[in-house]
Design a protein around this ligand. Structure first.
Ligand SMILES: [Zn+2]
Length: 195
């Protein structure tokens, strides 16, 4: 999250995903008091325990100015980027702050630093992590394997009849596990869509 970095490792040959790229989270920034006009600070990211990028920022009333050095080929150089802040009113009072993506001007809560600029997920066409996807696949596979083991009529992810020869006590125990897997899957599917 935000300045602390996700801490996830970048696997060899992986495409850039939302979790393998340095990002700035507006909720984190606000919580830390970093968005109070006049505040200056820095954000540092880590991959595991290895530092992998840092920027400094200065907050204005409706703008966040980011400053960082790019170490590419040749001499390192400094980049300055302005990010406009917008506000939407909340139903129960107060307001919610957003970044206006410097590239497409969409209202977003997260900005990603992939090349030399911070932009939104849509601009960088970032996908969700393979870890996230892999985890869900494993849950689905486990659920299917268990379903086939305990139901006589298991098909299309559903089963209703206890498999013949399976003791009721065993069935009930395994069925509870099956339901737990189903819940995990529903939840993560929901997170996946909402995030
Ligand atoms: Zn954008």
């Amino acid at each position: 999250m935000g300045g602390s970095g996700s801490g996830r490792r970048l696997g060899a040959g992986n495409k850039a995903t939302t979790d393998t790229v340095n990002r700035i989270d507006i909720r984190f920034m606000r919580k830390q008091g970093f968005l109070v006009p006049g505040v200056t600070g820095s954000l540092n990211w880590l991959r595991g325990s290895r530092p992998c990028g840092s920027i400094s920022f200065h907050s204005y009333e409706d703008e966040l100015v980011l400053q960082y050095r790019i170490n590419g080929i040749g001499e390192p150089y400094s980049v300055k980027q302005m990010v406009a802040l917008t506000r939407t009113a909340c139903h129960f009072g107060g307001d919610r702050l957003w970044f206006s993506c410097p590239s497409c001007h969409k209202r977003v809560g997260l900005l990603y630093g992939l090349h030399v600029e911070f932009k939104c997920r849509h601009c960088y066409k970032l996908s969700y992590t393979s870890q996230q996807q892999g985890y869900m696949d494993r849950v689905i596979n486990q659920k299917h394997a268990l379903g086939q083991r305990i139901f006589e009529d298991y098909s299309n992810g559903r089963g209703y009849i206890k498999r013949k020869g399976l003791h009721w006590a065993t069935f009930e125990k395994l069925h509870a596990r099956y339901q737990a897997l189903e819940q995990v899957w529903c939840k993560s599917a929901l997170n996946y869509i909402n995030s």
